[in-house]
Design a protein. Structure first.
Length: 454
C-alpha cells in the first residue's frame, strides 16, 4: 500500500469534517499534507483553508510568502496569512512565543470561518523529539504523553495530526516522488534549541541502534496514555470517596489510603485548580495531613492558592475568597428553536415544529409544561438524577459508564426551570421521561451531537 492509499484510510478513520484549516509552513511536511488532502477521492475531499504564519525571523520568509500565495491561487484555496511583528518577539523563549502566536491566529480564523478542524503536519520524528524533551526537563509522568493524533481544542474544535504515524524520511520520499516544491527552514539546521540538538545529535544515533526506534516511542506513548487514563479513572473514584461537602475532602479517609494513593489524590486535587507545585510543597501538605497533633494549618502554593486543613476536612482556596467557583456555561431553551452549544452540538425543545430526526439524534419526551423554560449546562458538583430505582449522582453515573474525564466535562445536562435534572443528554434519562404518545400533547427534546470528542 502506497502512502496515498494509506493516507486515505487514515483520513477515513479520523472522521474529519467537511471544512478543515491546514497549518502550512511551506516545509516538506505541511506541503506533503496539503498534497495528500488534494489527492483524496472527490467524495472524501473537504473544503480546504490554508493558514500560514510569517514569523519574520529570516529573509527567506518573503520568498515563502510569495510561494504559498501563488500555490493557493493555483489550487483555488483560501489563504490566511498572519504576521508576527518583529517588535513582538521576546528576548528569550522565542520558540514558545511563536507557537502561542500561531495557535492564537488559527483559533481566530476558525472562529471567523466557522471551521472546527485544524490539521497540522506533525510526524513520528516530532513525536520522538517531544518525548525526549519532556523526559529531559522532568515533571509528572502524565506530561510524558506527547503529541496526540487527535484531541479536542478550545470550545468547539479539534486538532488532528494525520501524518503522525509516518517518519520524516517517508514524508520526504513522498514529496520527492510527487515532485513537490517546498522550503527548508535554515533555522532548523543550527543547534541553538534543544529540539534541534535532539534532532541532529541524539535521535540519529538512537535510530542507528534500532531502526524501529520511532515505532517503539509511539507504542510507549500509547501504553503510557492507557495507564494514565486508567489511573485517572481509579483516582476519580478515590476522590469521590474522599469528598466532604461541596468543595472539601476528608482528612481521615485520606489518611486511610495507601501512601501511593495519598500522593496521587493530592496531585489530582491540586491539578483541578490548574496550579503548579513543587515536590517540597507536596511533602509539606502530606506532612500536615498526617500530623494529628496539628488539626489546623495551611500551605501556600503560589498564585494566591492556599491549601487549608481544618480538623477532618481539607480544601484549596483562592486567597481573599471564601470559595472557588468555576464559571459554568448555561443557556435557556426556547420552544421550537435550536440552541447551538459550544462544542458544535445543538439541542432544542420542540412542540409544533419538530425537525426531522437524524440517525444519531437522542430524544426525550415529556408533557408537563410547568417544567419550562428548560435550561442546559455542564455538570455541577452535587448534581443528581432521579430514576425509577432512586437518586443517582451524575458523577457516579459517568464513572459507571466509563466516560473519560474529557467526556464528563463536555457532557450536557437538561434541567427544569426549578433546577431538577431531567436528562444527561444522550446518555441517561430521569423518571420524568415519557414514552412517545399520540394521545396527549408532548414536548420533544432533541440532542444532536456534532461528533464524538473524548
Amino acid at each position: 500500500m502506497n502512502m496515498t492509499q494509506a493516507f486515505e484510510k487514515q483520513w477515513t478513520r479520523l472522521d474529519l469534517g467537511e471544512k478543515v484549516l491546514v497549518a502550512v509552513s511551506t516545509g516538506v511536511d505541511s506541503m506533503s499534507l496539503v498534497d495528500l488532502i488534494l489527492n483524496l477521492p472527490q467524495d472524501k475531499k473537504p473544503q480546504i483553508f490554508i493558514a500560514y504564519i510569517d514569523h519574520q525571523l529570516r529573509e527567506q520568509s518573503k520568498t515563502e510568502t510569495k510561494f504559498i500565495q501563488a500555490f493557493c491561487k493555483e489550487h483555488s484555496l483560501p489563504l490566511f496569512i498572519g504576521k508576527w511583528q518583529f517588535e513582538d518577539h521576546p528576548l528569550s523563549g522565542v520558540e514558545a512565543a511563536a507557537r502561542a502566536f500561531r495557535y492564537s491566529f488559527f483559533k481566530k480564523i476558525m472562529k471567523e470561518e466557522n471551521i472546527t478542524e485544524l490539521l497540522t503536519a506533525h510526524h513520528a520524528d516530532d513525536q520522538a523529539e517531544t518525548f525526549l524533551m519532556k523526559l529531559i526537563r522532568g515533571g509528572e509522568l502524565k506530561q510524558l504523553i506527547g503529541i496526540k493524533e487527535q484531541r479536542c481544542w478550545g470550545d468547539s474544535g479539534r486538532i488532528s495530526r494525520p501524518l503522525l504515524k509516518w517518519s520524516k524520511r517517508s514524508i520526504r520520499d513522498y514529496a520527492t516522488r510527487r515532485g513537490l516544491r517546498y522550503f527548508e527552514d535554515h533555522t532548523n539546521q543550527g543547534d541553538d534549541f534543544l529540539r534541534n540538538r535532539l534532532r541532529h545529535q541524539v535521535i540519529p544515533k538512537l535510530k542507528n541502534e534500532n531502526n524501529r526506534f520511532l515505532e517503539h516511542i509511539s507504542e510507549y506513548e500509547k501504553q503510557l496514555g492507557q495507564l494514565t487514563d486508567a489511573l485517572e479513572e481509579a483516582g476519580q473514584e478515590k476522590l469521590m470517596l474522599l469528598k466532604e461537602g461541596s468543595n472539601g475532602y476528608s482528612t481521615k479517609r485520606w489518611n486511610d489510603l495507601s501512601s501511593n494513593w495519598q500522593n496521587i489524590t493530592l496531585r489530582m486535587i491540586i491539578r483541578t485548580m490548574r496550579q503548579s507545585y513543587s515536590k517540597q510543597q507536596l511533602l509539606q501538605i502530606a506532612s500536615l495531613l498526617r500530623n494529628i497533633a496539628k488539626p489546623q494549618g495551611s500551605v501556600a502554593l503560589g498564585g494566591g492558592l492556599i491549601f487549608i486543613k481544618q480538623y477532618d476536612r481539607f480544601f484549596l482556596e483562592k486567597h481573599g475568597s471564601t470559595s472557588y467557583i468555576r464559571q459554568k456555561e448555561e443557556a435557556l431553551l426556547r420552544v421550537d428553536e435550536w440552541q447551538k452549544l459550544s462544542d458544535g452540538s445543538k439541542i432544542g425543545v420542540f412542540l409544533h415544529n419538530s425537525p426531522k430526526l437524524k440517525e444519531n439524534d437522542a430524544f426525550f419526551f415529556f408533557s408537563d409544561a410547568s417544567y419550562l423554560p428548560l435550561k442546559v449546562r455542564h455538570r455541577c458538583q452535587g448534581d443528581v438524577l432521579k430514576t425509577k430505582v432512586g437518586h443517582q449522582k451524575i458523577k457516579k453515573i459517568m464513572i459507571d459508564m466509563k466516560m473519560t474525564n474529557e467526556e464528563r466535562k463536555r457532557a450536557w445536562l437538561v434541567l427544569t426551570n426549578t433546577g431538577k435534572v431531567m436528562w444527561l443528554a444522550g446518555i441517561k434519562k430521569s423518571d420524568l421521561s415519557e414514552r412517545q404518545s399520540n394521545d396527549k400533547i408532548q414536548y420533544m427534546i432533541i440532542f444532536r451531537k456534532r461528533w464524538g470528542c473524548g
